[in-house]
Design a protein around this ligand. Structure first.
Ligand SMILES: C[S@@+](CC[C@H](N)C(=O)[O-])C[C@H]1O[C@@H](n2cnc3c(N)ncnc32)[C@H](O)[C@@H]1O
Length: 326
């Protein structure tokens, strides 16, 4: 479970307090419908619905990606957030990056930017936040930062804009370029194209792919059968629960991600790319491997420690053990 920092959930609650539950329910519904139709945020109510329903989800996904890339975060002092929205990244990074000093946030919607500024104000000291109102598809160059992040942004852009932006984002990356998208076929398709482009530009894989080979899920994806994605559980905040009347107090956010680097990094033997199937006496794991293929392994009690590791492993974890092929 990725829980929001208390200061952030309090700041969101204060922001939403003047709205009636009916109004917020209507706004959350409308925002979901708009996203389904490929439409972006337009009104102040959509923005309020965003911080009630979507900010916690993108925060949770970013926070989990930081957990999965922890060994590479120690030397990150500066972050560039392209399409920052209301600043989920700043909150997740403040928690996860021990040596982070400053974040530059680009956002084109001035009201979202103001809302993000308002939520973060006096809450993330001593981090320095520089908010810039700008259209990231028009930039010819971005200032270099240790890490550059595009979180849930590519799906709002055309294919041509995505290529232009990714090339410039990669040029500005000193250590890590982090891309997150909704865990839908469309989100995965965007990242598959981004991966192909970035590897051609000389980038190295950091996560989730434990290899530089073509994505082994691409053929199944092209047939509409499968795609690489992960899941993070997040609690629903007070106002989101009210807006969702009767629904569970948490939700599972499906996301897909890609972290690459201009420098090679050590890669694991494999990555667990589906929820482990825990059966009586054995566990089945679906892996993407260092060889660039897909492998289903089965670990039974007779495997001893390896079985214990398999039983305790989660969807998205790395897998470095030798296991029998199923
Ligand atoms: C779905 S929101 C994601 C916000 C934030 N990154 C997060 O993870 O919560 C997409 C954001 O990208 C911004 N955006 C889309 N196109 C943009 C552009 N051309 N220039 C700057 N920002 C853009 C939108 O205004 C919106 O705030």
């Amino acid at each position: 479970m990725e829980t929001l920092p208390l200061q952030l959930s309090n700041a969101i609650d204060r922001e939403l307090a003047p709205l009636s539950p009916d109004k917020l329910r209507e706004a959350c519904f409308e925002l979901t419908q708009r996203y389904r139709q490929g439409l972006a945020i337009e009104t102040q109510l959509h923005r309020q619905a965003y911080i009630a329903a979507r900010l916690p989800a993108t925060y949770g996904a970013i926070r989990q990606v930081f957990r999965r890339t922890e060994p590479f975060l120690n030397s990150i002092q500066s972050l560039l957030d392209l399409g920052a929205g209301t600043g989920s990244l700043a909150w997740a990074a403040a928690d996860a990056l021990p040596h982070l000093q400053r974040i530059t946030l680009f956002e084109k919607d001035v009201e979202l930017l103001r809302l993000g500024q308002h939520l973060t104000q006096n809450n993330l000291d001593p981090l320095q936040l520089a908010w810039c109102r700008d259209d990231i598809t028009q930039a010819e160059i971005f200032p270099s930062h240790d890490a550059v992040v595009l979180s849930y942004v590519l799906n709002e852009l055309s294919s041509k804009e995505q290529v232009h932006l990714l090339e410039r984002a990669y040029q500005a990356t000193d250590q890590l370029l982090i891309l997150l998208e909704p865990g839908t076929p469309q989100g995965f398709g965007n990242l598959l194209n981004a991966r192909n482009l970035l590897l051609k530009l000389g980038a190295y894989s950091v996560a989730p792919c434990p290899h530089l080979a073509p994505c082994p899920l691409a053929p199944a994806f092209k047939e509409g059968k499968d795609w690489c994605h992960f899941s993070v559980r997040i609690p629903r905040g007070k106002y989101h629960r009210r807006a969702k009347e009767g629904a569970l107090p948490y939700e599972d956010e499906k996301y897909t991600y890609l972290v690459i680097s201009p420098q090679p990094v050590p890669l694991p033997k494999g990555r667990i790319i589906k929820a482990p199937l825990r059966k009586t006496g054995h566990v089945i794991l679906d892996l993407c491997t260092e060889k660039g293929d897909l492998k289903r392994v089965i670990s039974s009690k007779s495997d001893g420690e390896v079985y214990t590791k398999a039983r305790d492993s989660e969807w998205g974890d790395v897998w470095n053990e030798e296991t029998k092929k199923k």
